[in-house]
Ligand binder design. Structure first.
Ligand code: GNR
Ligand code: NI
Length: 178
């Protein structure tokens, strides 16, 4: 397995519309394994392929709770979603304070449907449909946005967005120089 580099805003790759996957092959499974490992180490609870520079419609998520006792091994509940599509969404929305591994250290409230039904191919290439709610629904919608070139800061005012982008750029530059 390999830990991949995560790209940050304002990398124009994050605006790419990712391409549907033709078939779930061993090569794609290797990408999903690497993405999951990269996500756990970050650490994050979701990752879209475009965040590691691959413009394929692939996401991984794991919203399992972290044990209170840090000695305990976390229980892993990874989900792999290929070509995910929202086929239904609830009229009821909620607001969640979102973060993004491509916008490190910045958070903002985003409103989304509370519950969604997602059609996708799983790790074995099997067709699935699943109703999701709570944190899982929020994260999967955030990841599907990435596949469409959208980052959560795109929902903020131009002013807020440009302030955040500048701060991320500055932090990344300081890291480079260090
Ligand atoms: O790790 C992440 N946490 C998170 C919190 C609230 C809403 C969405 C997310 S996804 C984010 C990881 C990420 O950037 N995925 O694209
Ligand atoms: Ni993100």
């Amino acid at each position: 397995m390999a830990i991949l580099d995560i790209i940050n805003v304002p990398d124009p790759l994050l605006k790419t519309i990712s391409k549907p996957v033709d078939a779930v092959t061993d090569e794609l499974r290797k990408l999903m394994d690497d993405m999951l490992q990269t996500m756990y180490i970050a650490p994050g609870i979701g990752l879209a392929a475009i965040q590691v520079g691959v413009a394929k419609r692939v996401i991984v998520v794991d919203v399992a709770e972290i044990p209170e006792n840090p000695e305990e091994e976390p229980i892993r509940e990874p989900k792999y979603l290929v070509n995910p599509e929202v086929v239904w969404e609830s009229l009821e929305h909620n607001v969640f304070n979102e973060g993004c591994l491509s916008v490190p250290d910045h958070y903002a409230d985003v409103e989304r449907p509370i519950s969604v039904k997602i059609r996708y191919l799983d790790y074995d290439g099997q067709k699935r449909e699943e109703r999701m709610e709570g944190l899982l629904a929020t994260v999967v919608q955030h990841e599907i946005d990435h596949l469409n070139g959208i980052v959560f800061i795109d929902y903020l005012s131009k002013l807020k967005r440009s302030m955040i982008v500048k701060k991320v750029q500055k932090a990344d530059k300081e890291k480079e120089d260090a």
